[in-house]
Design a protein around this ligand. Structure first.
Ligand SMILES: Cc1cc2nc3c(=O)[nH]c(=O)nc-3n(C[C@H](O)[C@H](O)[C@H](O)COP(=O)(O)OP(=O)(O)OC[C@H]3O[C@@H](n4cnc5c(N)ncnc54)[C@H](O)[C@@H]3O)c2cc1C
Length: 499
C-alpha cells in the first residue's frame, strides 16, 4: 500500500482520493480552508442557500462514470435533467430555448430564426463523429511528450475540430445569424474564455450541451464535496481541513513529502490540487532554471522553466433570496446585450466592464422545489468581468449589480427588486483573496498557448511521484473535466508506483 498526500480538497483532490482509496492506497488530504470543495461550495444566509460556484452540470455520464470507477455507491447523488436546457434572451428581444432532442431544437431555432434549423442539424451531425475522437484524444490522455501531441493523426483531428480558428468563427460555418453564433459559442464563458479567442476545438462544448443535455445536482453542486468527503471518511481517508501545505520535499528527483504547520511528513507520492501556477512556490527554488546561485547537482536541479500563465476571466456574482417564485422562468438563463461580441471585446481586449454586460441567472427552484423555502426563491447572477483583483471592486460591484438586477427585472423577473430579502456580492478581489489565480474564476485561460500539450500536465515536471490535477491542469476546467484530469493523474501515479 502506498501513502499518498493530496494538497487541496477541491473536486480534483477529492476525486483523486476517491479513486486512490478505491485501489487500496492510503490517502491523506490537506486543505487550507475550513472545508473541502474549493470552488464548489454554498453561500448561506438564514433560510437561503445557493451554490457559490458551479451550477451547470455538463457531461453527466463522464461525472457519474468517474464516481462509479471510484466506488461511490449508486444512488449517492441525483442528477436532474433540465428541459429546456436553458433560455437565451438576446438584446433584440428574441428569446431562444435550448431544448432536448435534435429535431425539437431545430424546430425551435426555425421558430425564431427561420431557415437556420438545418445549420444546427449539420453542426450536430459533423460533431457527432468528431466528438468521441476529440474526447479520446484531448480529454482522456495526458501529453507527457510533445511528439504525442504533434502526431499526424492528432494534428489532422485538431484541424477538423478547427483548433486554429476561434470557437465563434467555427460555429459561424453553421449559422448566418450573429445571435445564433452567440448562442452556440458563449459556452467558452463557462471556462473563462472569450468565444472569439477560445480555439474552435471547444465546439465540443456546445455540442456536448445539446447532445447530452444540461443537468443540475439535486440540492445543488455544493452537495458534491459533502457526498465525497462522507464516503472518503468512511474509508479511513484522513482529511485535515484548516491545514495549509507550505512546501514539498524533493530529494534526488523524487517528491518525498510535504511540510504543513512547520512539520515535515513523508509520503510515497504527492498530488497537488491547488491553482497550478502556485505549485512553483511550494517547490525548492533550486529546481528551477535561471537561479544564478543554484548549485547544479543530481536529479532535476535547475532544469525546470518557470511558467507564465494567463488567468481566465473573473466574475461578479450576486447571490440573492427572494420572497416569491417565477414559475415561468427557467433554471438556467442567459441575458445578452445588443452585441455580445462587442461587449466581450470590451471585457477581454480592453479589460473594461460595459455599462450593461451579459449575465447568467441560476434559478434552481424552477426545477428543484426544495432549493428554496416554500413559495420563495434563491437566485444567482454571474456577470463575466476582467479578472483584475486590483480594480476598485468596492465601488464597481454595487452599481453594476444594481444595473443587472434592474435589467433582469425588466427582461425575466418581474417584481425582482422589491422581493429581495437577502443579497450578497462576490468579486474578483474576493476570489484572489481565496487563492484563485490572478482573481480569475476558472484557473488559467482556455487559449491555444495553454491547451493540450501547452497546459500543465498531470505529471507536470520531471520529478518522480509528483502529480497535479485541477482546473489549470490538462484537460482543463469545469467539474467533470477536472474529475477526468484527476483520473488521469491517478492512472499516471499508479503506473509509476506499481508498473
Ligand atoms: C463562479 C464559478 C462558476 C462556475 N460554474 C461552473 C459550472 O456551472 N459548471 C462546471 O462544471 N464548472 C463550473 N465552474 C468551475 C469549477 O468550479 C472548477 O473547474 C472546479 O471546481 C475546480 O476544481 P479544482 O479541483 O481545480 O479545485 P479548486 O476549486 O481550485 O480547489 C482547490 C483547493 O485546494 C486548496 N489549496 C490550494 N493550495 C493549498 C495548499 N497549499 N495547502 C492546502 N490546500 C490548498 C484550496 O483551498 C481549495 O480548496 C465554476 C467556477 C466558478 C468560480
Amino acid at each position: 500500500m502506498s501513502r499518498v498526500a493530496i494538497v487541496g480538497g477541491g473536486i480534483g483532490g477529492l476525486t483523486a482520493a476517491l479513486l486512490l482509496s478505491r485501489r487500496g492506497e492510503q490517502v491523506v488530504i490537506y486543505e487550507r480552508a475550513g472545508q473541502v470543495g474549493g470552488r464548489v461550495a454554498f453561500e448561506e444566509e438564514g433560510p437561503y442557500r445557493i451554490d457559490r460556484g458551479p451550477t451547470i452540470v455538463l457531461l453527466p455520464e463522464m461525472l457519474t462514470g468517474i464516481l462509479e470507477e471510484g466506488g461511490l455507491p449508486p444512488g449517492s447523488l441525483e442528477l436532474l435533467r433540465c428541459d429546456p436546457l436553458c433560455r437565451i434572451h438576446f438584446g433584440s428581444g428574441r428569446v431562444l430555448n435550448k431544448v432536448a432532442g435534435l429535431e425539437a431544437q431545430a424546430a425551435e431555432i426555425d421558430r425564431e430564426f427561420p431557415g437556420e434549423g438545418s445549420g444546427f442539424l449539420r453542426f450536430m451531425g459533423d460533431m457527432a463523429g468528431l466528438f468521441p475522437r476529440g474526447k479520446a484524444s484531448f480529454l482522456e490522455q495526458p501529453f507527457s511528450r510533445r511528439r504525442q501531441f504533434f502526431r499526424p493523426a492528432n494534428l489532422a483531428l485538431m484541424s477538423r475540430l478547427r483548433a486554429y480558428r476561434s470557437l465563434r468563427s467555427a460555429v459561424g460555418n453553421y449559422f448566418r445569424s450573429e445571435e445564433l453564433r452567440d448562442a452556440f459559442s458563449l459556452q467558452s464563458l463557462y471556462i473563462g474564455g472569450a468565444p472569439f479567442r477560445t480555439p474552435g476545438i471547444y465546439t465540443m462544448l456546445p455540442y456536448a450541451e445539446s447532445a447530452f443535455g444540461i443537468w443540475m445536482l439535486k440540492g445543488g453542486y455544493g452537495e458534491l464535496p459533502r457526498i465525497l468527503s462522507r464516503e472518503l471518511l468512511s474509508r479511513g481517508v484522513e482529511i485535515h481541513t484548516g491545514t495549509e501545505v507550505e512546501g514539498l520535499t524533493v530529494e534526488e528527483g523524487r517528491c518525498t513529502g510535504i511540510t504543513a504547520g512547520g512539520v515535515k511528513h513523508s509520503y510515497d507520492a504527492v498530488l497537488y490540487n491547488g491553482e497550478f501556477p502556485q505549485l512553483e512556490e511550494l517547490l525548492p527554488a533550486e529546481l528551477f532554471a535561471g537561479m544564478a546561485d543554484a548549485k547544479r547537482g543530481k536529479g532535476t536541479r535547475g532544469r525546470i522553466k518557470r511558467g507564465r500563465y494567463q488567468p481566465s476571466s473573473g466574475c461578479v456574482l450576486i447571490y440573492a433570496g427572494a420572497d416569491r417564485r417565477w414559475p415561468e422562468s427557467e433554471t438556467h438563463q442567459f441575458f445578452l446585450p445588443d452585441s455580445l461580441n462587442d461587449n466581450l471585446r470590451e471585457l477581454f481586449d480592453q479589460g473594461r466592464i460595459s455599462h450593461l454586460p451579459s449575465y447568467y441567472v441560476f434559478n434552481p427552484a424552477a426545477l428543484d422545489d426544495s432549493a428554496a423555502p416554500p413559495g420563495e426563491s434563491v437566485l444567482y447572477f454571474l456577470i463575466p468581468v476582467p479578472a483584475d483583483p486590483g480594480l476598485d471592486w468596492e465601488s464597481i460591484a454595487g452599481p453594476l449589480a444594481e444595473r443587472v438586477l434592474e435589467d433582469a427585472e425588466q427582461r425575466g423577473f418581474p417584481g425582482l427588486k422589491a422581493s429581495l430579502k437577502w443579497k450578497k456580492l462576490r468579486t474578483p478581489a474576493d476570489a484572489y483573496k481565496e487563492g484563485l489565480y490572478g482573481g480569475g474564476s476558472f484557473g488559467i485561460a482556455p487559449v491555444l498557448s495553454q491547451l493540450g500539450v501547452f497546459r500543465p500536465q498531470p505529471r507536470p515536471y520531471p520529478i518522480k511521484s509528483l502529480y497535479a490535477a485541477g482546473a489549470s491542469v490538462h484537460p482543463g476546467g469545469g467539474v467533470p473535466i477536472v474529475m477526468q484530469g484527476a483520473r488521469m493523474a491517478v492512472h499516471e501515479l499508479m503506473k509509476e508506483m506499481k508498473p
